[in-house]
Ligand binder design. Structure first.
Ligand code: KIV
Length: 264
């Protein structure tokens, strides 16, 4: 299986959609690697696996631990690691943390949430050999400040500012731009304004690619479904059924039966 490189992804712009999904462990990364162009070790890990209501609590070291697990199980997909909340507060701190992630993992790029104010940081990282994906639009790391997760760029001033973010970050050296939670018409305008590919999540079909959080897409987290999530399986229902069958078998002494026992 040939490893996907940044140039392969850039070449897909206006030709072929890019498929991205999150993964946080080896078990699922192994299953996704054959089909995904990109795997994101997202800070959504703190929500889907950490059980938190926000992404803010995860550390650089925890991101490294999960990235190592994902990389052990993948041969093909381009691996992107989220820079967690607080890890990019100055360009110098961002460089130190990104270098730590690069040295401790074999990731292919890091992702930074933020608009034009992150241009200097992206420029510095780029100059130091670190590939950066910019994350604009709805920025989950601002959820506490903004009092939740709100669709971004609904009025023309806000939309214009998001287009300016994208253009400034491309100019600073971002290899790709991820756009979250914006009207689909804006997703398309950002995509048309850039030479580098865009990846959308809740940003419509006009982006060059799509990303979903895997536990949402496969229904393992079933307490809430954002509008933009399509459910490809009912994971939670299937696990509950399997767990119930196992518990029933143990309690009724159906399992372990003879075929699962060792003889002398
Ligand atoms: O952390 C994450 O999973 C993300 C997605 C919302 C793209 O950044």
């Amino acid at each position: 299986m040939k490893k996907i490189k940044i140039d392969d992804l850039i070449a897909k712009k206006n030709r072929e959609k890019i498929v991205m999904i999150t993964a946080y462990d080896a078990l699922f990364a192994r299953l996704f690697d054959e089909f995904a162009d990109m795997i994101l070790i997202g800070d959504s890990l703190n929500m889907s696996f950490g059980g938190s209501s926000e992404t803010l609590g995860i550390s650089v070291d925890e991101m490294i631990y999960h990235t190592k697990a994902v990389q052990r199980a993948t041969k093909r997909a381009f691996l992107v690691v989220d820079m967690p909340f607080g890890s990019v507060i100055t360009p110098k701190i961002a460089l130190k943390n990104a270098v730590k992630i690069y040295k401790n993992t074999f990731c292919d790029a890091i992702k930074i949430e933020g608009g034009k104010e992150m241009a200097d940081t992206i420029k510095l990282l780029n100059q130091n050999g670190i590939a950066v994906i910019a994350h604009i639009g709805l920025k989950p790391q601002l959820s506490r400040q903004e009092g939740g997760y709100k669709v971004a760029g609904r009025d023309e001033n806000a939309a214009q500012s998001i287009i300016e973010d994208a253009v400034a970050l491309e100019k600073a050296g971002a290899k790709m731009v991820l756009i979250e939670g914006v009207p689909s018409e804006l997703g398309k305008r950002v995509t048309q304004a850039l030479k580098v590919p865009t990846i959308g999540i809740g940003a419509g079909a006009g982006c060059d690619g799509q990303v979903l959080v895997w536990s949402d897409a496969f229904g393992f987290y079933d307490e809430f479904k954002p509008k933009f999530v399509k459910r490809y399986m009912q994971g939670a229902k299937m696990v509950r059924e399997a767990m119930k069958n196992y518990a029933d078998d143990v309690r009724s002494v159906k399992f372990p039966s003879a075929e699962y026992e060792y003889s002398k």
